[in-house]
Design a binder for this molecule. Sequence first.
Ligand code: PCA
Length: 209
Amino acid sequence: MEVLLTGFEPFDGQRTNPSWDAANAVRPSGYDLTTLRLPCVFDESLRVLEDALTTRRYDVVVSVGQAGGRPHITPERVAVNLNDARIPDNAGNQPVDTRVVPDAPTAYFSTLPVKACTAALTAAGIPAAVSHTAGTFVCNHVFYGLMHLAATKHPHLKAGFVHVPYTPDQTTTAPSLPLVTTAQALDLIIRTTLTTPQDLHTPTSGTLH
Ligand code: PCA
């Protein structure tokens, strides 16, 4: 199975981004892994991702981003067709109330088994929760663009987005997870996706709204 795992470059004055560092630290078990670093820039990030999807036929794409302040690994459930940036991106763009893709659906659901992934992470002792908002900055932009590409051009693809906490070196006050734990979590999410044809339909405790 061919898997693409994307992470982001640092943004908002940070020196590192755990999404990219953890993606690179994943030791794939039972699948072929390609990693891709996306710029934290509206539109350009999606051009880089779209190019990658045309070079190889992936079975699974998991995009990952940093959610500073969250204590959990959070598989995202829904991408919205909205850019509303609270800060400028790395190229100085700050779109407000614009569409990711004009004349496209309001939202897409992840096609990763987000509840099964969260259950597998929890069973492995890794803090995890399903999230129902990826925000309205570059992460949601990439998540929405990825799901739109999957829906319109790559219908066989399972795709989705995972937000990850800070690493301990990024903060003294906010919650954090060691990079090795986040990397293990990403491998577990991929393996769960590859082995779970249908998501669970159980109530998920610890869900973020
Ligand atoms: N997190 C930001 C963008 C890049 C990243 O890692 C976000 O949550 O939108």
